[in-house]
Design a protein around this ligand. Structure first.
Ligand code: MN
Length: 215
C-alpha cells in the first residue's frame, strides 16, 4: 500500500473539506498536532509528522499531564501533513462526521538515537513536545496490535491538572468546539454534548431546562 492509501479510501473528497492525500513536508519535518474531534464520541487525535505523513492515534480521553495516568491511544491511518491545519466540519454521514478543532500544535523531537519509524516499529517512542499546551517528555508504548498507551514522563511540565478542562479551546482560533460547529454550519448541540467546556456557550436543552428551573 502507498502512503495515505487508507486515508484516501476512507473519504470522499467531493463531500468532505478535509485535505486531499498529498504528501508535503512541513518546514521542520517534525510537526505535531492534537485535534479535538467530536464524531460519534468526543476524542482527541494525536499526530506526529514523520516521512511526509502524520502518524496518527485516536485518544478517547485526551492527553494527561499526570505521569501516573496511562491514556489509551489507538493507532489509526496516516494523515497528510496538511491535516494539521484542519479545523472545521466533516459532514454528517461522512467518515468521522462531526466537528474538528486544532487543540494544540507545535514541533516535537525524538529522544534517543533511533529514528521515528524504527521506534514505532519496536513499539516504543520517547519524544519531547514543544506545543502551546503540551510540553516536555512523553512516551508512546504499544501494548498490542493498534493499541498504544500515551504517558507523560515526570518533568517540570507534569501536573495533576486536567488540561483538557483547564485549556479547552482551539490554539489556532481560540474557539470552543461548539463555537466552531456554530460558525461553520455544523451541529453545535452535538459538539457541546460531552464537552464540559462548551456547555456555557451553547447550552443543551437539558442545561437550558436546568437553568430555567433555577431562575
Ligand atoms: Mn478523530
Amino acid at each position: 500500500m502507498k502512503p495515505l492509501d487508507e486515508y484516501k479510501k476512507k473519504r470522499r473528497f467531493s463531500a468532505t473539506p478535509e485535505p486531499p492525500p498529498t504528501t508535503a513536508r512541513s518546514t521542520s519535518g517534525r510537526l505535531f498536532v492534537v485535534q479535538k474531534h467530536r464524531a460519534s464520541h468526543l476524542h482527541y487525535d494525536l499526530r506526529l509528522e514523520d516521512g511526509g505523513v502524520l502518524k496518527s492515534w485516536a485518544v478517547p480521553k485526551g492527553p494527561s499531564l499526570d505521569p501516573a495516568t496511562k491514556r489509551l491511544a489507538m493507532a489509526v491511518e496516516d494523515h497528510p501533513v496538511d491535516y494539521a491545519e484542519f479545523e472545521g466540519i466533516i459532514p454528517e454521514g461522512e467518515y468521522g462526521g462531526g466537528t474538528v478543532m486544532v487543540w494544540d500544535r507545535g514541533t516535537y523531537e525524538i529522544e534517543g538515537q533511533t529514528d521515528v519509524a524504527s521506534a514505532l516499529h519496536k513499539g516504543e517512542l520517547k519524544f519531547t513536545l514543544h506545543g502551546a499546551k503540551l510540553k516536555g517528555s512523553w512516551v508512546l508504548v504499544r501494548t498490542r496490535n493498534r493499541q498504544w498507551l500515551w504517558i507523560k514522563h515526570r518533568d517540570e511540565y507534569a501536573s495533576t491538572d486536567d488540561i483538557t478542562v483547564t485549556n479547552p479551546t482551539s490554539v489556532s482560533t481560540g474557539r470552543k468546539l461548539a463555537e466552531i460547529a456554530a460558525d461553520e454550519g455544523g451541529d453545535a448541540e452535538k459538539a457541546a454534548t460531552g464537552d464540559p467546556a462548551s456547555v456555557p456557550s451553547v447550552p443543551t436543552p437539558k442545561v437550558r431546562r436546568a437553568r430555567r428551573a433555577k431562575a
